[in-house]
Design a protein around this ligand. Sequence first.
Ligand code: GLN
Length: 304
Amino acid sequence: MKTLLNKILKECRPYIKQGRLASYIPELLKADKKEFGICVVSADSMDFAGDYDKKFTMQSVIKPLILLMALMDNGEEPVRQLVGVESTGKPFDAFNYSDLALKREHINPMINTGAIALCSLIKGIDYRKRFDRLLELTRKLSGNPELEVDEQVYASEKLTGNKNRALAYMLKAYGMLEDNVEDVLDCYFRGCSIKASAVDLANIALVFANGGIDVKTGEYMFDKKYARYVNAVLMTCGMYDGSGEFALNVGVPAKSGVGGGIMAVVPGRMGIGLYSPALDSKGNSIAGIKALELLSRELDLSIF
Ligand code: GLN
């Protein structure tokens, strides 16, 4: 496996040139485009290659965990009432809603609008406490108690995140968000700024791959029906308006982030974490997707 992973990184490295670092969050421009790492973990093995232990901010890879926490705190019905599950076919931060009113059918948990709305379903006496619970869950699923927020990236996004502010106010305007917009966004921005490595993402993915059970310890982390919910949404919406191509070429539930991370869930088999910060036009790691395509072909990972 290790030889295969090294071979894949070598073959996919040329794609990095075609990608670009995310620039709309200024701090993300400090990433090193050349970094490229992968980790594959199953019940009884872990293999990695390249910059597998390099830390980057999770960005949208936190969205499945926001969804999971909303499900764990409320059950399925309130989550379904607030945010739909249909793929939008639009960029992750789009706000060109053509209908007269924003409705749940227009949004899903993997685009910014949906993830911001779902932060309001996380329980806690204030939004700082809600974020602390989200961080705690992320630490637990990754098995890494040391995960922390990258304060520079957090400050950078908070300062410049006016598109997300507009999306949150739109939710409020249409009665889909009751709480104070800045408080809700603070939880979202902090969540996006949690620093993790490809190993952390692979470990989180493995729990989703095994229906909420940590196969390494046997610990029951969350209900299997929530793993099904999250995996299904990842399959159709996790790679934004690239989800169809990804389903065809890789064929597993996955989530990307503009920090360059991708977390891929191979149900019943393995969790995969990838890091390469050069992005394609849709905001997905360009070399990361190529690596997953090759890996899927080699190991016959597609669920279809
Ligand atoms: N924090 C980023 C944002 O809200 C996350 C987007 C992403 O990773 N696609 O814009």
